[in-house]
Write a protein that binds this ligand. Structure first.
Ligand code: GRG
Length: 297
């Protein structure tokens, strides 16, 4: 075992333990059309979902539940919702009118393979399927399920992923001012909104109290910032030409960005240590934060 693997072994074995259940649940709730009516759509749904994603968001949901004393398996459908929203956002993001990407996870993007019309429908299908999943296993706890449902609405909407993507579009056309670089949280709304959803939905369904939820929001926001900072650092390592002054790395340089990344990870971990009981979920989430700080791809 290398030092790296050893460092993340708790998280690694957690992911290994739940991976089969996550994959089975992702398949069990697939938004498929009646096969005799439209099989190409169904092919595209499977292609989009089973293409090598790391399933970080379902794992976060399950850890969120366990962190506050709940049961990981009972929030599996909600964990699936997070991955469906993620999948939907990647399909939208790759479209020619957005980021215009021909490849995703080393494979042809959904619209390149199946056409733009079908790609849009598949993305909407995933999004639509996600809304109901927070009620599965929680029909007898309607208050929790309603709160979780509201969380999805907020995550996807103008204050979350849709608004965050609008910021990105403005930056891509040069319209965004460099004020965006001052805060990863603004520039990175679309990523942190989904991190926040993933972890809080698990905690909400497991009965977390409002103070825990506020702490988890801050934790997720910091994770999103860390993800964005490390993404920008990776981009610059791969291609100096995309050094842009509209990111923190672009404006302040690699060294300053690495320091800021380390500080962000420390702040995130401190929230867990100061507010939640020790245990497997807490130490996995600490490793998760470290992983975001150290990832190289
Ligand atoms: C209506 C849901 C919806 C979205 C519309 C297009 C859009 C608004 C938002 C785009 C969001 C986006 C593409 C954010 C970047 C997400 C990100 C951090 C991707 C990489 O996540 P990983 O590393 O990827 O978890 P894998 O491949 O492992 O799943």
């Amino acid at each position: 075992m290398t030092g790296y693997e050893e460092k993340f072994s708790g998280l690694g074995s957690y992911v290994e333990r739940y991976r089969p259940a996550i994959e089975a649940a992702l398949r069990a709730h697939l938004p498929l059309a009646p096969a005799q009516i439209e099989s190409r759509f169904n092919e595209a749904v499977e292609y989009a979902l089973f293409s090598g994603g790391k399933r970080l968001r379902p794992v976060l949901t399950m850890l969120g539940a366990e962190l506050v004393g709940g049961n990981a398996e009972s929030v599996l459908p909600a964990a699936v919702a997070g991955e469906y929203i993620h999948t939907s956002s990647l399909i939208f993001d790759d479209l020619p009118c957005m980021d215009d990407a021909e490849m995703r996870r080393g494979k042809t993007s959904v619209h390149e393979k199946f056409g733009e019309g079908l790609a849009v429908l598949v993305a909407i299908g995933f999004l639509n399927a996600s809304y109901g999943l927070v009620f599965v296993n929680h029909a007898n706890l309607p208050e929790r399920a309603m709160l979780a449902h509201a969380e999805l609405v907020e995550c996807i909407g103008a204050a979350g992923m849709v608004g965050g993507q609008a910021v990105d579009l403005a930056l891509a056309t040069g319209a965004g001012s460099s004020k965006y670089a001052e805060s990863e949280s603004v520039r990175n709304l679309k990523t942190s909104a989904l991190m926040r959803l993933a972890i809080r939905v698990g905690a909400i369904l497991a009965g977390a109290n409002p103070i825990d939820l506020v702490k988890l929001s801050r934790f997720a926001e910091l994770l999103g910032d860390a993800y964005q900072l490390s993404d920008d650092l990776i981009d610059i390592e791969e291609d100096d030409a995309i050094f842009t002054n509209k990111t923190f790395v672009g404006e302040s340089g690699r060294e300053a960005a690495r320091v800021r990344l380390a500080q962000t990870i420390d702040d995130a971990k401190r929230i867990l240590v100061e507010n939640f009981e020790p245990g497997e979920a807490r130490s996995c989430l600490i490793q998760f934060a470290d992983y975001l700080g150290e990832r190289r791809s």
